[in-house]
Design a protein around this ligand. Structure first.
Ligand SMILES: Cc1cc2nc3c(=O)[nH]c(=O)nc-3n(C[C@H](O)[C@H](O)[C@H](O)COP(=O)(O)O)c2cc1C
Length: 216
């Protein structure tokens, strides 16, 4: 298959540093709100890139569940391949790509586990059967003999925890916060002359952001 003639010209918007907010999170909120308002597909889905001791990067989609003062929150299995990577190397990058808006955002920083109470609160907000699925997928990323094995375990859990029963949060399941050190906003432009504006967090004493334009 040859895709070399496939081209889309990006012309929907632009980024001009002379009228951008000084706080990266203000722009992040604005872009996410626009994605929601414009009904892009899965605006909360982000690619999460991690790299453990083996030096081999891995990337997969997770759902952003909250924007905090300093970062983004997502939930997963603490024994998964990604969790092992983040244990070995607590740095990660997430990426949103919204084709409808011709926009990409990259956020990199340091990973921190959420307090248990916060994971408890979110776990119990999930649909009952999704809670059971968290118990089934243990250890996430491990090999399972067949789909039947999963269905069987799910059925056993359904019997143990009928719809009105409280499902305990597995201790191997919970949230992480990615504390942002750098946020890049990318806006597609015509002729591949795209706009890339990067915000870098200044030192801990100075809560501001350094803003620079990078070549596309
Ligand atoms: C749209 C979408 C949303 C997903 N959301 C999550 C999520 O929030 N948490 C999660 O652990 N996995 C989520 N997954 C599954 C992951 O992409 C991945 O398959 C899984 O977490 C195992 O990754 P790992 O083996 O690299 O740890 C999602 C997948 C898709 C396509």
């Amino acid at each position: 298959m040859d895709f070399s003639d496939q081209r889309v010209s990006y012309e929907k918007s632009m980024l001009d540093e002379s009228n951008l907010p000084t706080d990266a999170f203000v722009l992040l909120h604005q872009w996410i709100q626009t994605a929601i308002d414009k009904q892009v597909n899965e605006p909360y889905a982000m690619s999460l890139a991690t790299c453990g001791d083996d030096g081999m990067p891995s990337v997969r989609i997770v759902l952003m569940r909250e924007i905090t003062e300093n970062g983004l929150v997502f939930y997963t299995n603490y024994l998964s391949a990604k969790a092992q990577d983040m244990l070995e190397n607590p740095h990660a990058e997430v990426l949103f790509f919204w084709h409808e808006l011709e926009r990409q955002i990259r956020i990199r920083g340091t990973i921190k586990k959420l307090p248990e109470a916060q994971s408890d609160a979110y776990f119990h907000k999930r649909p009952h059967d999704s809670q059971l699925a968290a118990w089934v997928s243990q250890p996430q990323s491990g090999v399972v003999e067949s789909r039947d094995v999963m269905e069987q375990k799910f059925a056993e859990l359904k019997a143990e925890y009928p719809d009105d029963a409280v499902v305990p949060r597995p201790e191997f399941w919970g949230g992480y916060e990615l504390l942002a050190d750098e946020i890049e906003f990318w806006q597609g432009r015509a002729n591949r002359m795209h706009d890339r504006i990067v915000y870098q967090r200044q030192s801990a004493q100075d809560s501001g952001w350094h803003v620079e334009r990078r070549l596309p």
